[in-house]
Ligand binder design. Structure first.
Ligand code: NDP
Length: 367
């Protein structure tokens, strides 16, 4: 799949109440609505959870959660993205409140949704709820499927010029008649909280340069490694997948942290030969259970980004979600594994909120 940004993260939708929205209908065809939601500060106490430590091939560190899901032979620890994302949202809530009290500024995130895709509408709804849960203002524009590129860019320009908006996100995929690059390039780099602007990616790739924003999903992967104290420096890492939104920036991030990085893609011959030397694996492919336990180095740390629906007669929905990595097998070989769901997914939205907060802080020079 291209950049359809599967933020399957209902776990971040923790707002207990929604404020009424003001609806502004724009002149052309009446189908466009601009909604602004100024959410209440849903303040939760700042939870100072200790970092749980975990290192590759180490046995003397406390485990975050003992894996009890994969049978008697399993030894891997679960890297609990849901728990870490909640911790991060609590930290953001406290920082948003601090900023509001100190300088009267509340960070704002604008989301533009074009078309009627139900999955996209769900992701946008989840992002809005996540904003409200941490006290970030959310702005939403919904445009009909047949909108023109110029109409989308017009709204982007308005948000570019709106000082109450610190982050702009265009929900992908866009309808096929639009040039995604043209639309994404219209987002002011200072508000590119998705981190997809070529300048941000270029800075990420260059030594001695820093991007203004790091793309949310790869940033979430690295944050999980950090929060679980997985050593990256000097380790062999393999990233499976090289998409602009996940695989490629994940590889750049690992390299910036001094890992020795290999990238596996659809044309790689004998991927298992490369993967089995890796201390750290980040998989972003979109192929259910592609990576087998026998491909893993014992003690490796596995971050599984893939979200793949597979048939499941036992589920009321008729399907369940699995990752790219065969979870049951990986649990028997790896030292730590992210589950799907509940691993990287919740981190993606947490990183979006984090990028929006950073943008507001940078704009207002607030530490
Ligand atoms: P893309 O389809 O854009 O990219 C997939 C990548 O995987 C490509 O680089 C492709 O190689 C590579 N690939 C495909 N088949 C193989 C194979 N058999 N062996 C090795 N490499 C292969 O997907 P995305 O990066 O957008 O998403 C990847 C997965 O991550 C999806 O399951 C998606 O749902 C999930 N996702 C999850 C998110 C989250 O928040 N948890 C957020 C974003 C995505 P090539 O370049 O050669 O074509």
């Amino acid at each position: 799949m291209s950049s359809s940004l599967l933020f399957l993260d209902s776990s971040t939708s923790t707002a207990s109440h929604l404020l009424p929205f003001s609806r502004i209908t724009t002149p052309f065809n009446g189908a466009v609505s601009l909604r602004r939601s100024v959410g209440p500060l849903n303040v939760r106490p700042f939870v100072l959870s200790p970092l749980r430590t975990l290192s590759v091939n180490s046995s003397n560190n406390p485990s975050p959660v003992i894996n009890d899901k994969s049978g008697g032979e399993a030894s891997a620890k679960i890297i609990d993205g849901k728990m870490v994302a909640k911790q991060i949202r609590d930290e953001i809530t406290a920082e948003v409140l601090k900023m509001k009290e100190a300088i009267g500024i509340v960070p704002g995130l604008a989301v533009i949704l074009v078309g009627d895709r139900k999955d996209s509408a769900t992701y946008v709804r989840n992002k809005k709820k996540a904003c409200e849960s941490v006290g970030i203002n959310s702005f939403e524009v919904r445009l009909p499927e047949d909108s023109t590129e110029q109409e989308v860019i017009k709204f982007i320009s308005e948000f570019n010029n709106d000082p109450s908006v610190h982050g702009i996100l265009v929900q992908l995929p866009l309808p096929s008649h639009m040039d995604e690059q043209n639309v994404l390039n219209a987002v002011d780099i200072e508000k590119d909280v998705d981190g997809f602007h070529p300048l941000n990616i270029g800075r990420l790739a260059m030594r001695g340069r820093d991007p203004l924003f790091v793309p949310c999903t790869p940033k979430g992967c690295i944050e999980l490694l950090h929060r679980y104290a997985v050593e990256i420096k000097g380790k062999r890492a393999v990233v499976i997948g090289r998409s602009n939104i996940v695989g490629m920036p994940a590889a750049l991030l690992l390299q910036r942290e001094d890992a020795t990085v290999s990238i596996v893609h659809s044309r790689t011959k004998n991927p298992e030969e490369i993967i089995k030397h890796a201390d750290i694996i980040i998989s972003a492919v979109g192929q259910p259970n592609m990576v087998r336990g026998s491909w893993l180095k014992p003690g490796a740390v596995v971050i599984d980004v893939g979200i793949n629906p597979v048939e499941d007669a036992n589920s009321p929905r008729g399907y369940k979600l699995v990752g790219d990595v065969c979870y049951e097998e990986a649990c028997k070989v790896a030292s730590a594994v992210t589950p799907v769901p509940g691993g990287v997914g919740p981190m993606t939205i947490a990183m979006l909120l984090s990028n929006t907060l950073s943008s507001a802080k940078r704009t207002h020079n607030f530490q």
